[in-house]
Design a binder for this molecule. Sequence first.
Ligand SMILES: [Zn+2]
Length: 503
Amino acid sequence: MSTFAVTGGPCATYDPSSGAWLRFDGFVVSDGRIASLDLREAGRDIPVVDLDGRALYPAFADCHVHLTDTGLFLGPYDFSAVRDAASYARQIAALPRGAFVVGGNYDESHWDDGGSASAAPIDAHHPDAIAMLARVDGHSCVLNRKALAFADLPPELPGIERDVDGTPTGRLFLEANWRAQSAILGALPAEAKRAADRRATQTALREGALHLHVQLVGLGSHDAYRAEIAALRDAGAAKWHPKICEREPAFARDLGLPYVGGDVFLDGSIGSGTAAVSEPYHDRDGCGHLMHGDDEVERYFADAEALGISAGVHAIGDRAIEQCIAAWERVLGGRPSPRNRHFIEHFEIATPAQIARCAHLGIFLSMQPQFDAYWGFPGGMYDVRLGAPRARTMNALASAKRAGATLVGGDDSPVCRLSPLDGMRAACAHHNADERLDVEDALLMYTYDAARFGHAEARTGRLAPGLAADFVVLDGDPIAQRTFEGVRVAQTWSDGTCVAELR
Ligand SMILES: [Zn+2]
């Protein structure tokens, strides 16, 4: 079926020349590309794909996904539904035995009993495995004794929690957390990782997320990054945007990638109390940590700008965001880059002045609207950690849009569900009504602007003649209904081929 018409339901696409969303009745596909948006050019007797009244939109992107972790933490290994220490222990007891037991997504901020994830049940039920559970944000983890011995952390490393006798509890934060996770995930048999990649890709495609911006973090050697990128080809029929999370623009250029960075951490996370904030935390001492000196950040940005590679960092707290923006202002001389699309991941606690400076510099803001749904409500984790007045200002989607910044959307999966529609729903239902996006701007974050983020807008991200026939078929029509409530992905298409279908 190299040429066919799609018809029978409302179609929508963003049109950059008018800055509006166009509505049309169908289109013609030829050899995987859109041939025409005018059905009269279809010719007689060509095959027809009938939408049967369902709506059609450009395929979605997820601009921040940890693919292997997403796959590892699906099913019985997903601890996100745990609400107390007892159910945490029960779920650990039920995990299949093996040489490695790896799970994650626990989030004590949702626990009803004020308890915390401990190593005791892991040691009790899986004493012979190298066993690790990672917190939902990845910024802390719990290891059993065998895994601690395997990780072989230097005792002076920051972040090793100890009991009153000085014995490690198994709970790790900061540098100790990252070292342990990369040691254990790095030691997983390759086939376990590849199977996880395939599970995660299937999940993504069923959710309409065709374009996957995969964060590749802490792999160590260049060969390991090359191998991971090569392995994506076998993970499934997604369109891949690998993001090397290292301060190495030259390596990204050698690999032919348009961007570099992403989870290059300028700070930690709010849940773990390690995001770098200017005002102290509400429920603990300190203002978090900056992980790099200003000089290091500036050198990284200057290298990227000179090489024509777009560079990003992970910056959550306003102190980390300030470090990032100030470095860009020095590197770019206060003007937007003429060719690069530099970016900040997360951008959770930003002042209005910082938002305006990002808009002025043309820095893309790669944000996760679901964070607000998970933690932004009154009494939620943001309130507890940071106090309500500051929490009200966070994940300021509509402020950023009004300031003229470009927003792109991700889930930071497995932190949040890998579901662009969940992200769009959250963007339109922000707990602070002043920060809600309208339906069109939410769609833009996951379609056309996401394609620009991936330097792919000449190929995909909207529906127009000459571009790839990459689209989703939806039950429900968000623009017509003015909401994403009740909208569901029915099919995902890539280059004119259906790659996932929900029956
Ligand atoms: Zn991430």
